[in-house]
Structure formats: structure tokens, C-alpha cells
Design a protein around this ligand. Structure first.
Ligand code: IPE
Ligand code: IPE
Ligand code: MG
Length: 240
């Protein structure tokens, strides 16, 4: 693969991996085939992102709203997720990449939970790279959860309510300790965030590409990165 240099640094990139079903349908295949191919893309994108020095990647894999899908699709999705961790856990360990989850995995099948918890445990001490996967994740739910945790800490005297600010609030989110998300890419042409990281994306750049996730190769990501490099991030200030 040709060397790619990132001209504008990115500490944290996030993806809404969308369009698997439509991609498969177009090929007269079941939606679940799209999810299977999607997992191949995940590892390719993760490897590429690492090769260009982006340390943290967050992926939206299953939302709190995705429970509304047919049971057999959900079952297959979690199966592919298990296969993904089984197949690549050694690579994550070798690359010193910490696997972490955003979301409440207690509702996932027991076997899936076990595999994920093992992967988290095996990589918990690494911090060269972070692979943050959002599972049964909902942004509004995360904010309510954070608020409850804050109230508990206020009640127990651990937190002085007067000290609470937007920085401290971040410590109560699943993404505690992770850098700000510089760029969020959503595939498949939909232009919405679908309950994905509303707090964390407050100042991120957004790119919406028509490519469906199973077609989203590192070359496609390079195009997004080139677009990102042209963005002028002002953060409310003015440029001379
Ligand atoms: C994204 O692809 C994967 C998940 C949401 C789990 P979709 O399954 O949403 O594919 P489309 O959007 O229906 O094509
Ligand atoms: C968002 O995609 C969730 C994930 C990619 C995991 P959806 O396909 O579920 O979102 P909507 O339904 O188009 O908003
Ligand atoms: Mg979708």
C-alpha cells in the first residue's frame, strides 16, 4: 500500500459504519452478508488508521435502537462480532492496542459478552492504540447515565457540584480519558448522527460519504482524510 502522510494530525477518528444491508441487497444477498463483509473492512480500516499514526478509533457497531431489527439479523451480527474478536485478538495484543467498549453490553448474548470481556481484559494495560467499539450504545442514554453517576458522587461527597464543568462531565462518559474526536465519518449517504456520541462530537468535523461500509476501503478513507485536511477548524475563534 502506498504511503500516506496525514498533513493535519488526528488523535481520534470515529466511524458510523452504515449501509451494510443496502450494500448486500444490491448484490441480491441477505443483509447479514453485508455485516460479514463489514467485519473485513473494520480490520483493514483499523490497520490503515494505525499505519498513519491515528491512535484512537471509535466504531459504531450496534445502537440502542438496533434492537428493533429482526432477531435473526441481531443474532448474526453478534456472531460476526464474536468471530471478529476471536480472529484478531492476537493482532490487538501484538500491536498493544487496548480494546474498550462504549455502551451497556449486559444485554448482549452471554457468549458475546464473555468474548468481549476477555478481549478487554487481555488488552487493558495497553495504551499505544485504542479500539473503542460502541455496542448497545445510545448517546442520550449515555448522558442520562453520566448524570446519574454524577448525582451519586455528589451525594457521597466525592464531587463538589460547584466544581462540575464540561471537562469533569467527560469523566462520566464511556469515552473517559480519550482525546477529542477530530473527525467523524458516516458511510452510506445518511446525513444524521443516529444517537452517536452527541456530547463527544460537539466540535468534531463530519464527513458523510455515499460509499457503503462494505466498500469503504483505506483508499476511500484517504479521500475523506484529504477533505478533512482542507477544513479550517476555528473552535469559535477567528483566523487572521
Ligand atoms: C450498519 O448497516 C450496521 C448496523 C447498523 C448494525 P445497516 O445494517 O444499517 O445497513 P443499511 O443502512 O440498512 O443499509
Ligand atoms: C447507526 O446506523 C447505527 C450503527 C451504524 C451501529 P442505523 O442504520 O441504525 O441508523 P439509522 O436507522 O439509519 O438512523
Ligand atoms: Mg443503516
Amino acid at each position: 500500500m502506498e504511503q500516506f502522510t496525514l498533513k493535519k494530525p488526528i488523535k481520534h477518528i470515529a466511524f458510523i459504519m452504515d449501509g451494510n444491508g443496502r450494500w448486500a441487497k444490491k448484490r441480491l444477498m441477505p443483509r447479514t452478508y453485508g455485516h460479514k463483509v463489514a467485519c473485513k473492512r473494520i480490520i483493514e480500516i483499523v490497520r490503515f488508521v494505525r499505519s498513519i499514526g491515528i491512535k484512537v478509533v471509535t466504531l459504531y457497531a450496534f445502537s440502542t435502537e438496533n434492537w428493533n431489527r429482526p432477531e435473526d439479523e441481531i443474532t448474526k451480527l453478534f456472531q460476526y462480532l464474536e468471530d471478529f474478536f476471536n480472529e484478531y485478538i492476537n493482532e490487538f495484543i501484538k500491536e498493544k492496542c487496548r480494546i474498550q467498549v462504549s455502551g451497556d453490553i449486559s444485554r448482549l448474548p452471554e457468549k458475546t459478552q464473555k468474548i468481549i470481556n476477555e478481549a478487554i481484559d487481555l488488552t487493558k494495560d495497553f495504551d499505544d492504540y485504542v479500539f473503542n467499539i460502541c455496542l448497545n450504545y445510545g448517546g442520550r442514554q449515555e448522558i442520562v447515565r453520566a448524570t446519574k453517576l454524577i448525582l451519586k458522587d455528589v451525594k457521597s461527597g466525592k464531587l463538589d457540584i460547584e466544581k462540575l464543568d464540561t471537562e469533569i462531565y467527560k469523566d462520566y462518559l464511556y469515552t473517559k480519558g480519550l482525546p477529542e474526536i477530530d473527525l467523524m465519518v458516516r458511510t452510506s449517504g445518511e446525513k444524521r448522527i443516529s444517537n452517536f456520541l452527541p456530547y463527544q462530537l460537539a466540535y468534531s468535523e463530519f464527513i458523510f460519504t455515499d460509499t457503503c461500509w462494505p466498500d469503504f476501503t483505506p483508499d476511500k478513507l484517504k479521500e475523506c482524510l484529504k477533505e478533512y485536511e482542507k477544513r479550517d477548524r476555528r473552535f469559535g475563534a477567528i483566523k487572521e
